[in-house]
Design a binder for this molecule. Sequence first.
Ligand SMILES: Cc1cc2nc3c(=O)[nH]c(=O)nc-3n(C[C@H](O)[C@H](O)[C@H](O)COP(=O)(O)OP(=O)(O)OC[C@H]3O[C@@H](n4cnc5c(N)ncnc54)[C@H](O)[C@@H]3O)c2cc1C
Length: 667
Amino acid sequence: MSANTENEDLRKERAKCNFNIEELTYLLDDGYENTKRRRYLENKVLSTEGLLDEIPEEYLSHKEKYENVIRKCVKLNRVLLKYDELRDKPMDEKIKASLRDTVSLAVTKDNSPMMLHAGMFLMAIEGHANEKQQEYWLKRGRNMEIIGTYAQTELGHGTFLRGLELRATYDEKTEQFILHSPTLTSYKWWPGGLAHTANYAIVMAQLYIKDKCYGMQPFMVQLRDEETHMPLPGIKIGEIGPKLGFNTVNNGFLGFENVRIPRDRMLMKNAQVLKDGTFIASPSSKLAYSTMVNVRVMIVNTVSKYLSSAATIAVRYAAVRRQSQMKPGEPEPQILDYVTQQHKLMIAIATSHAYHFTVRWLYNVSDAVKENLLKGQLDTLPELHVLACAMKVLSSSECTSLVEVCRRACGGHGYMLSSNLPQLYGVCTATMTYEGENTVLLLQVARSLVKAWDRATKGQPLSPSMSYISNKTSAAKWDSSLDGIVRNFQIVSRSKLASSVASFEQYLKSGLSYEDAWNKASVQLTAAAEAHGRAIVLSIYKQQIEKLARNMSSPLRDVLHQLLELYMVYWTLEKVGDLLLYTQISEKDVKALQRRYEDLLEILRPNAVGLVDAFDIRDEVLCSTLGSYDGRVYERLMEEAMKSPLNKEPVNETFHKYLKPFMRGKL
Ligand SMILES: Cc1cc2nc3c(=O)[nH]c(=O)nc-3n(C[C@H](O)[C@H](O)[C@H](O)COP(=O)(O)OP(=O)(O)OC[C@H]3O[C@@H](n4cnc5c(N)ncnc54)[C@H](O)[C@@H]3O)c2cc1C
């Protein structure tokens, strides 16, 4: 095979595909125009000289990685600012953000020290700053005259916001706040870009006025001199060190020693402090968490993209890789022909679709809530909060598990950093912790479900996504249609909720306090919350595909329907224990579903490569020796190995220094 030819097996796979790959790409991009613009932009940006690494960053030290990523980020942002299509043309904001994410993946595959600037800093200004503050700070932030981050988590506390210790004490004489970290555990710890990149941060601190605590409030704090970048007096700042992933994100620590900032640096869209120290509370505590909710929604999209990259790499590799024998005398098959391999990979594709389409629905819910907030109506925010928590938890945990499945599906080569699968796992698994640790979020969902259960038993109305909880018709005859599966998952969710509420109430009756009873029942409660999320994903994924199917060609409609069915049947089989417990499913039904699952794998097999090609992820974005479009797997593995600095000389100096004396003289 010459350097630029496509691997023969991949070529044959593409010829087998029975739907129009481009049509699916346009659908995934929300329209042809978006695909065109995305490709144009990717071409322009990624052809910029010096943006992509020549020496893989894995060979660099922690410090060199940082210096390299800053060089690239500045170049990237210059190019992005120049190609103003990202900013001015009437393209949907989420799609713009998604484009930015894709391009960034090619340039900063372990994530960027500026990700918090666009992701949280600007969003938090929008969410917390009043009009005058927004006018000033958003302009500076969007033009990147300043670089910001979002500093909330401390060494001692992340989840429990009331436990955060950093203080902002108001001094009405000088009309200033005094920021002070009273303990080591009150140091901020984790914010991306905080260590050496950002010069401003939105810092969350406990507000004190005349010795009274008014809870967590956001403050715009200058950390470094705009000219010299030296930390300002009283500010202790640095890097937290190497991690599983995010090693180019420059996560930092931050402590304050009586740092004074003017009164107008408290972001006062919601709560306010007047000159004389009068505190005006936010009209609703719900407003404070609206930024978090939006970020959680974005995470659903991000993890679905990570999984689409992993699936592309693993499916293409499985088409190229040949191993073992199925029948004596036959040539070695492509590993993609093993049904166990299809089982690992098809569900990865289907899951990426499930969250891709579900998050589009969630975007619409979130937009409607934002409109309501602008009109001062807060009543729909709690439902969005529960949906965003549940979707963030399910998508991040499922996508992370499947990225790892994709890695293992590539055997030994999947363990190579040059496959990019370990790095994808590193960035994906972090989403289970940041923006609300997953178990903690499930417990929040459970709290809302328990309240909903109480309302349902009193015959009161529930929010749309929970309305099924009021439906008393349980355990009808099992129905294996897609609608039937959704209904049965709702029965499972309702039954798990009923059972966890019953346990919780029994613990209360046995004399436990509310908190102890809740803690004791919390494993069941989180399972109920997860089941609720599962019922929603199944129902929304189905609803979205059925809606979009009206405008699809019939071959594409068929394949997307097969993927949907695969996802539904996969989860039915995964949760068969729950279904046997709470529904009328029988052993015969389970066997029939298992058969249907195996048939679906067979039907989908010829379209495997076409389906991942339709994700349309450029080689520069995949950054993988195993997953590139042309399938030159072995050549790329060797080319990348040759980039190791160790291969620059035939004998390393350690031979003469250590090995030879040891081998010859032993002692
Ligand atoms: C890669 C990465 C990037 C990050 N970036 C930022 C950033 O930019 N800015 C920022 O401010 N923070 C950031 N964070 C911090 C992150 O938001 C916190 O780590 C996260 O909120 C979890 O909090 P924690 O670390 O205190 O975990 P803990 O809350 O201590 O969790 C530890 C364990 O205790 C359990 N637990 C805790 N509370 C409860 C409870 N009430 N009930 C049951 N179980 C409980 C959890 O489930 C978990 O198993 C980042 C973290 C990571 C990993």
